[in-house]
Design a protein around this ligand. Structure first.
Ligand SMILES: Cc1cc2nc3c(=O)[nH]c(=O)nc-3n(C[C@H](O)[C@H](O)[C@H](O)COP(=O)(O)OP(=O)(O)OC[C@H]3O[C@@H](n4cnc5c(N)ncnc54)[C@H](O)[C@@H]3O)c2cc1C
Ligand code: SF4
Length: 338
């Protein structure tokens, strides 16, 4: 691990001032990183994948609150721990899909440390990315992508490019996508808000740029809109073992069924996309329909229509379809029973 300067801050202004020289996006060469729970960053620093010259410890910032907003939604501070968020009464009662997604991730110890901001920014688990002796376009732009034609069993089938096929590994991000979250950021230049759909970037020719965060921007909080009346939401995660494992395929569904028809629907996928994958194709097929196996299958087919399998991960396409179908079944059954 390279030596670095650690600064602890207790207010947002000081954090953004210190970070104001950070170049856009995330790259190995970037000199500054925020340290929240440290469950991703410290691992990557020990592996020399991340080599920040400056680390700003933000865990003491006053951003650890979960509060109801006046418009009926909720505000989640960036340093709220994953365990606290998952178990918060407001989240459990009104945004069950988020609680379920968080509780399906990592382990109890990790969830006690990991934060909302850090989870949003966690990096891929592609084995080549984490091994500095391998080429990797994401870690070292232009060096190549050994995962294409190499070990790619756990990598993406949706949104990939010839430069990178890495998945976004987060469970939380999939639920936030189905919940239409907005991410609020601040820097020495001011504040802005970004819809989650616009936050993550496709790899294209620049896989080292994973999101739209600009130089020195700190995530301060996430907001969720008021839940639609009568909705039920479900997160289903399929993986090689029942705990302490990333998703091979997952689905987050928020649904309202009224008078026998699906009147509100959000479908997002994890484990199969280069970013949390909102499926508007599936939503368009489901909206206005009576819930049932046939329409669920058609929606699932539509969700993965553009999938591009690699040498080892073609099984994910059928797995994702079954995951979507089962999640739709659970969420619409629950709604109708309500
Ligand atoms: C063994 C293991 C298993 C895991 N399993 C799962 C799993 O099944 N599902 C899952 O979803 N996750 C899993 N994770 C990942 C875990 O959820 C993340 O490591 C965690 O959410 C990161 O949060 P953190 O606060 O520790 O981030 P840190 O490690 O502190 O930071 C991560 C990144 O986010 C940046 N950052 C942090 N806060 C901010 C902010 N406010 N603004 C801007 N940038 C910020 C940091 O600079 C850094 O680049 C696993 C991790 C491990 C180690
Ligand atoms: S898939 Fe992406 S992260 Fe993995 S080796 Fe290729 S470029 Fe690197």
């Amino acid at each position: 691990m390279k030596s670095f300067q650690l600064t602890r801050v207790d207010n947002v202004r000081r954090a953004t001032e210190l970070a104001s020289t950070q170049p856009d996006g995330i790259s190995q060469a970037s000199p500054t990183r925020f340290l929240a729970g440290g469950t991703t960053l410290l691992d990557l620093m020990k592996l020399d994948v991340e080599q920040p010259e400056q680390v700003i410890d933000i865990h003491r910032l006053p951003l650890a609150q979960v509060v109801a907003t006046e418009d009926g939604g909720v505000l989640i501070g960036a340093t709220v721990r994953n365990a606290d968020l998952a178990n918060h009464p407001l989240i459990k009662a009104r945004y069950a899909v988020l609680s379920q997604a968080l509780l399906s991730g990592a382990s109890a110890q990790l969830r006690n440390m990991a934060t909302t901001g850090g989870n949003l920014m966690q990096r891929t688990r592609c084995v080549y990315f984490r091994d500095v002796t391998s080429p990797c376009n994401k870690r070292s732009p232009g060096s190549g992508c050994p995962a294409i034609g190499g070990y790619n069993r756990n990598l993406a089938v949706l949104g990939t490019s010839d430069q990178c096929i890495a998945t976004n590994p987060s469970d939380m991000n999939v639920a936030l996508s189905a919940l239409d979250a907005t991410i609020h950021v601040e820097s020495s230049r001011g504040k802005r808000s970004i819809a989650i759909d616009d936050f993550f970037l496709l790899p294209g020719d620049t896989p080292h740029r994973e999101n739209v965060l600009a130089s020195g921007e700190l995530i301060t909080h996430v907001t969720l809109p008021r839940p639609t009346p009568g909705n039920r939401s479900v997160y289903l995660k399929l993986r090689d073992r029942a705990s302490y494992e990333f998703a091979l395929a997952s689905a987050a569904v928020v649904a309202t069924v009224s008078a026998g028809r699906i009147e509100y629907i959000r479908v997002a996928l994890g484990g199969v996309g280069v970013k949390p994958w909102r499926s508007r194709e599936a939503e368009a097929i489901l909206l206005g329909q009576a819930p049932g196996a046939a329409v669920f299958r058609t929606a699932a087919e539509a969700a993965v229509q553009s999938a591009r399998p690699q040498s080892m991960n073609g099984f994910k396409i059928e797995l994702a379809k079954r995951c979507i179908e089962h999640t739709l079944e659970l969420s619409t059954q629950a709604t109708q029973a309500a």
